[in-house]
Design a protein. Structure first.
Length: 256
């Protein structure tokens, strides 16, 4: 389990985003998420949920202090990225935090992008959807277009969360989003999964087209996974998948 012990962390060099200043809206000593993905670097979800979540004002203060520090050395982030110890859209004042972040970005580093890595499970909430529509890069997880595979890889907490539900929510962005997919194979609950098969890729491409996708980030496991049966996909396999998405007219970035 790798947890971020600060509200603002980095900057770090992201495989997909460049020099990224991270924002963690979840507790500093727990992972809280509406998914419990087999590959999550933060490990499995914790059960206590007793730790403090940073307030909107806490986040604003910490971010402004860090941006002032970076500005003093003329080091500016390429992107301010909401990720951290779980699903950032679970924060009760997510929309307000995003509003503050955009204002601070405009003041200190206007060329930086604001990105949110989200598992898409809270898109039905108006304040979450509105906030994500306002950021530069709403990066939405979509790991499989076949429901059983998605359930085995992502292990969603809500019983209403399935592939069809996710597709309907993502369609509301009218193509103004980035889809992020982890390609992986392994075993969970005694059942094998592999979202790189021909059947999976064909279904995934069909779903991307249905959702109006213009840009995709595909990647493979980069750190130890909480479930040991998970297997890293080779860069060659990723590139072959990327070629198929590019043939559909999509912009694709690959991180192996």
């Amino acid at each position: 389990m790798i947890l971020f012990n600060e509200i603002i962390y980095g900057p770090v060099h992201s495989r997909r985003l460049g020099l990224s200043l991270g924002v963690n809206l979840l507790p500093l000593d727990e992972k809280i998420c509406s998914f419990d993905c087999v590959y999550c670097e933060c490990g499995a979800n914790t059960k206590l949920h007793q730790s403090k979540i940073a307030t909107r004002e806490d986040v604003k203060k910490a971010l402004e202090e860090k941006l002032k520090e970076m500005a003093s050395t003329s080091q500016f982030p390429d992107v301010i990225t909401f990720a951290g110890n779980g699903e950032p859209t679970l924060h009760p004042d997510f929309e307000g935090v995003i509003d503050d972040t955009i204002k601070l970005r405009n003041t200190y580093c206007p060329d930086a992008k604001v990105s949110v890595l989200t598992n898409s499970t809270k898109l039905h909430k108006p304040h979450v959807f509105n906030a994500l529509k306002n950021v530069d890069n709403p990066i939405l997880k979509f790991d499989s277009a076949i429901d059983r595979t998605m359930q085995l890889i992502d292990m969603p907490a809500g019983k209403h969360i399935n592939v069809q539900w996710l597709k309907e929510q993502i369609k509301r962005f009218d193509g103004k989003m980035i889809i992020q997919t982890m390609f992986i194979r392994g075993e969970n609950k005694g059942e094998k999964f592999d979202n790189t098969t021909e059947e999976e890729i064909n279904a995934w491409l069909e779903a991307l087209t249905e959702m109006g996708t213009k840009e995709v980030m595909i990647y493979a496991l980069d750190r130890e996974a909480p479930i040991k049966t998970v297997e890293k996909i080779s860069i060659d396999e990723l590139n072959k998948i990327a070629q198929k998405a590019r043939a559909k007219g999509m912009k694709v970035s690959v991180a192996g």
